[in-house]
Design a protein around this ligand. Structure first.
Ligand code: HEM
Length: 339
């Protein structure tokens, strides 16, 4: 337990699990709060775009969470996720042969799969990726005012697009939300988070997993065998998870690992596991446990297995890549290969 930059960092597995298990003492309200306070000029743009993130899923400690979660979960039942396997495999096959496995494979695949599962058609994937990767940096980056201004239009445009699609009942997800009586504002906030969390994280997991798998020749050769990709993905999630931290807010004074923490304190929970400890909290725990854990695991295992099967001689080249390095997200920005 450490105090750094105005936040309390909780690293012990049992402490982190206990925090996630108790949403009354440890509120999820700050889960989507911008890491860098939004400067006035960027705030004015957000107000003009009528941007808002009301409590819906990850940032919702109120009673409305359960119903919204049930609605979203119905799109990711185990049978719907399992049925996506052949589609994931064929998307991987179409993307073989590139020289950067992030740009040419991991970048858009999870977004395409997510749009199909949510029944959202005619989505321009490059635009969605620009909006969602920009939003990730805007909310979780330690960024300058200038960078905020560069990104803020993508944040606002993305949100306005969601409001428009809700009003037009354009796609299964928006119809389900409107039919359940969820307002335009809540729907847009919910979808804003879901369309980012549901694919940027998986792009990151694929990038890290491909890079790590390619740096171990013996593992690369074994990946096509039954079960090897699945257990490797679990190990990547344990030690190199893309979602490195998640946040909570203390509702009252608490003692964690013998340290007194005041009410209203921001906690940064470390989600990776430790050496020689098979447990991890990569997908969180308790009431807010990730709704896409099964999908992310499947996409990663199928991708690794398919690439390794078809490209046994693929090799990593080049220097250490640049890394995405935000408060909660970490992954290589490129995985350069030759064959
Ligand atoms: C490697 C990929 C992923 C990782 C590491 C990850 C991680 C996480 C974490 C740490 C949380 C917070 C859990 C908590 O507060 O206890 C979360 C929540 C969530 N994730 Fe994921 N996620 C991934 C992929 C996905 C995908 C593919 C989806 C799409 C369905 C998704 C949808 C969600 C949703 C909707 C929540 C909020 C749930 C709630 O508040 O009830 N995630 N995820």
């Amino acid at each position: 337990m450490q105090f750094a930059d105005g936040r309390w960092v909780v690293s012990d597995y049992d402490d982190v699990r206990a925090v996630l298990a108790d949403p009354v003492t440890f509120l999820p309200d700050n889960a989507l709060t911008a890491v860098t306070p939004v400067a006035p000029a960027a705030l004015r743009s957000l107000v003009r775009a009528r941007f808002s993130l009301p409590p819906t899923l990850a940032n919702n400690g109120s009673a409305s969470h359960a119903g919204l979660r049930r609605l979203v979960a119905s799109f990711f039942t185990p049978s719907r996720v399992a049925a996506a396997e052949p589609r994931i495999r064929s998307l991987v096959l179409e993307r073989l042969g590139g020289s950067d496995l992030v740009r040419d494979l991991a970048w858009d695949l999870p977004a395409i799969v997510l749009m199909e599962l949510l029944g959202l058609e005619n989505v321009d994937i490059p635009t969605l990726k620009r909006w969602s990767s920009g939003s990730l940096e805007f909310f979780w980056g330690n960024i300058s005012r200038e960078r905020q201004l560069e990104l803020v239009d993508d944040v606002g445009d993305f949100h306005q697009w969601l409001v428009k699609r809700y009003h037009a009942r354009d796609g299964e997800l928006f119809c389900a939300l409107a039919d359940a009586g969820v307002s335009a504002e809540d729907s847009a906030g919910l979808c804003y988070f879901l369309l980012i969390a549901g694919q940027e994280t998986t792009t990151q997991l694929l990038s890290t997993a491909l890079r790590r798998a390619l740096s171990d020749r013996a593992l690369w050769a074994r990946l096509p065998s039954a079960g090897v990709a699945e257990s490797f993905v679990e190990d990547v999630l344990r030690t190199d998870t893309p979602v490195v931290t998640w946040r909570r807010l203390t509702a009252r004074e608490v003692v964690l690992s013998g340290v007194r923490v005041p009410a209203g304190a921001e906690l940064v929970l470390l989600l990776s596991g430790k050496e020689n400890d098979p447990r991890h909290l990569a997908f969180g725990y308790g009431r807010h446990f990730c709704l896409g854990a099964g999908l992310a695991r499947l996409e990663a295992a199928v991708t690794l297995r398919t690439v390794a099967e078809h490209e046994p001689s693929l090799r990593l080249v080049g220097d250490e890549p640049e890394w995405l390095n935000l408060l909660s997200f970490r992954a290589p920005r490129s995985v350069t290969v030759v064959r």
